[in-house]
Design a protein around this ligand. Structure first.
Ligand SMILES: N[C@@H](CCC(=O)N[C@@H](CS)C(=O)NCC(=O)O)C(=O)O
Length: 186
């Protein structure tokens, strides 16, 4: 999320507060200072408005700061495609990746979300004639969806060619390199 704020050029307009979270395996703990109802991150507070779920937070921010060009405002011809990718991440990608890690197979799950291969195909086919999901430059949905595949590539099945090249482009973004360098420095 910090990477997105930087790409949008609004990192200095948002008060970023670091909190501790409960980690997988039981380490860490919920931070009492975190207003998220389940102690998770990210979480956005804007006056009396509170927003949870990455896709919703991203949509809120790109609507609030349309000058960033990373979103697609109401009335834009790509608004529908933009919303679709944000919600595809939240409604499908997150669930399909999680169940893949869990190693669970379920016809009930498949009927709702399909499977890992179908998800890869959807992303790959969108990138056949363009370097980024919505055209020649990255939008917020590229950061949202590309991030996990770049981070967890070693633990996930190989990606089809156009998607793999897209993840490589995501890795080469200056904002990704900066986040990686900061993570490496601890
Ligand atoms: N679906 C949520 C997932 C949020 C989430 O699970 N975040 C993790 C960190 S990447 C977390 O806060 N884990 C702490 C916990 O589960 O208590 C979103 O997209 O924002």
């Amino acid at each position: 999320m910090v990477q997105l704020l930087r790409e949008m050029g609004i990192a200095n307009r948002v008060d970023i507060r670091n909190v501790s979270i409960r980690r997988m395996g039981g380490a860490g703990a919920v931070d009492p200072a975190n207003p998220h109802p389940e102690g998770k991150v990210p979480y956005l507070v804007d006056g009396d408005t509170q927003v949870r779920e990455r896709g919703a937070i991203i949509l809120y921010l790109t609507d609030l700061f349309p000058e960033s060009d990373l979103g697609r405002p109401v009335g834009h011809p790509q608004r529908g495609a933009y919303l679709s990718w944000l919600f595809y991440y939240q409604g499908v990608v997150e669930a399909v990746v999680a169940i893949r890690f869990a190693g669970v197979e379920s016809p009930v799950f498949h009927d709702s979300f399909r499977d890992y291969a179908t998800m890869l195909t959807r992303i790959d086919e969108a990138l056949q004639d363009r370097p980024w999901l919505l055209g020649d430059s990255p939008c917020a949905a590229d950061l949202l969806i590309g991030g996990p595949f770049a981070t967890f590539a070693d633990m996930l099945p190989p990606m089809p060619p156009a998607m793999a090249a897209w993840v490589d482009r995501y890795r080469e973004l200056p904002s990704t390199r900066r986040m990686d360098a900061e993570d490496a420095a601890g």
